[in-house]
Design a protein around this ligand. Structure first.
Ligand code: GDP
Ligand code: IMO
Ligand code: MG
Length: 431
């Protein structure tokens, strides 16, 4: 039977990443049994703050902080074993490695040459700069689709791996030495590293799709935790200024092996404004003092690279597009507190594009790059919201703002972030 007894929900970024997916995943985890990452890799930084203590997850699902959970790194993830082990060691040194971990044998491994190539592509001026996180994500997924990738299961077969690596490293070293004029990577050092990874990864390796199906058959709840965001999706984002995976909901099926009919709720996470790191269009970007205010008040600095995030106003044209692409059933709006202290709050409701006003998001990045946002303006407010526990206690203008988002999108807002800490979360629905 393909319809299973358990519940499955997805957390997906509605903007350009860093929407607060980590804190929303942490808010939902208590009622989930299994938490699965389905794409991306160490390019992500998901922050969870519990009683002032900050945890940043890169590859591990944010559910690792809870005991009794099963956390899975899905087949769609680009897995850098060194970064995974660093995260595990850090959590265990704090006594917080509480969940059981399973790593899909089908996940592709980010190899040292992927990271080097990502850095060269960004820095040597032969390719257009993307502003990547230089974690080797693009080159790893290129090899996956070029069928020259190394998967976690390959590490478990040393002799086969030796042949495969010998051939692939030969190709990579040609690029490194001939195109980038740099020193080749040593085969022996790479093979030794792969064997060390094998030792430790063999403790966790498993079949993601099977774990998910078993859990659903037992009536358990699954949470699929997306990385990046819709506007960074390789198919639906602002191509070519995107990441190399599918953060959108379709990525859940390919990245874990779950059937689409088994997904019950799709929770889209959006900030109350917009941010972006790296190159590419951000129509509502504010390069003036309002953008600077949002950056400083919202501490908008990348959790992976430390780069300042570009900031601007909430873009409802892009949000409605993201809702369409993902079939978003519920919204979580984070960082409402950051809007406090502004004289006015703007929301983009349409674009002026090629001399026409439109509420439709243009998928052509050239057209999007020239789009001029049309704003609706809300009055500002100055109240501190950190102690607010229900939506009724929020300043009226914030309630109006949330209601406006719901009316425009037709999607209910069920989680509100009014501060970065776990306790600064307002739930509007208990199921
Ligand atoms: P993710 O990649 O989507 O998980 O988001 P990040 O963790 O990269 O970035 C979100 C940042 O905003 C983190 O520093 C969070 O601690 C912080 N944050 C999340 N929700 C809120 C909120 O409601 N209010 C405030 N002030 N900060 C928040
Ligand atoms: P989380 O999961 C924000 C951006 C990079 C760059 C582009 C491509 O924390 O939301 P990549 O290294 O993926 O090849 O870079 O995508 N980017 C992110 N921006 N949050 C992220 O993840 C991101 N992961 C990648 O800045 O513009
Ligand atoms: Mg992040």
């Amino acid at each position: 039977m393909y319809m299973m007894k358990g519940k499955a929900e997805v957390i997906v970024g509605m903007q350009w990443g860093d929407e607060g997916k980590g804190r929303v995943a942490d808010a939902i985890t208590p009622k989930s049994d299994v938490i699965v990452r389905y794409q991306g890799g160490a390019n992500s930084g998901h922050t969870v703050i519990v009683e002032g203590k900050k945890y940043i997850f890169h590859i591990l699902p944010s559910g690792m902080l809870y005991s009794g959970k099963t956390c899975v790194v899905g087949n769609g993830v680009a897995l850098d074993p060194d970064r995974l082990f660093e995260e595990l060691d850090e959590l265990s040194s704090q006594g917080m490695d509480r969940a059981r971990l399973i790593v899909s044998g089908s996940a592709h491994v980010v190899m040292p040459y992927h990271k080097i190539l990502d850095q060269f592509e960004e820095s040597k001026g032969l390719k257009r700069r993307q502003g990547t996180t230089e974690q080797g994500i693009g080159p790893c997924y290129v090899d996956k689709f070029g069928r020259t990738g190394i998967r976690v299961c390959d590490l478990m077969h040393p002799e086969m791996l030796r042949d495969k690596l010998d051939y692939i490293l030969g190709l990579k070293n040609q690029i490194i030495t001939r195109i980038y004029d740099e020193k080749p990577i040593s085969f022996d050092a790479l093979y030794d590293k792969a064997m060390a990874w094998k030792e430790r990864l063999s403790l966790y390796v498993g079949d993601c799709s099977k774990v998910v199906a078993q859990a659903l058959n037992e009536g358990k709840s699954i949470l699929f935790e997306g990385a990046q965001g819709t506007m960074l999706d390789i198919d639906h984002g602002t191509y070519p200024y995107v990441t190399s995976s599918n953060p959108t909901c379709g990525g859940v099926c390919t990245g874990t092996g779950v059937g689409p009919k088994n997904i019950d709720r799709i929770i889209g996470v959006a900030k109350a404004y917009c941010t972006r790191v790296g190159e590419g269009p951000l129509p509502t970007e504010d390069l003036g003092e309002k953008g600077q205010y949002l950056r400083e008040k919202g501490r908008e600095y990348c959790a992976v690279t430390g780069r300042p995030r570009r900031c601007g106003w909430l873009d409802l044209v892009a949000l409605k597009y993201a809702i369409r692409i993902n079939g978003t059933t519920h919204l979580a709006i984070t960082k409402l507190d950051v809007l406090s202290g502004l004289e006015e709050i703007k929301v983009c409701v349409a674009y002026d594009c090629e001399e026409k006003r439109s509420e439709e998001y243009p998928v052509d990045t050239h057209i999007l790059s020239a789009a001029k946002p049309v704003y609706k303006t809300f009055k500002g407010f100055s109240q501190d919201m950190s102690e607010v526990e229900t939506i009724e206690d929020l300043p009226q203008v914030v309630r109006d703002y949330v209601k406006f988002i719901e009316d425009q999108t037709g999607v209910p807002v069920v989680i509100l972030g009014v501060g970065p800490d776990r306790k600064e979360t307002i739930y509007r629905e208990t199921q």
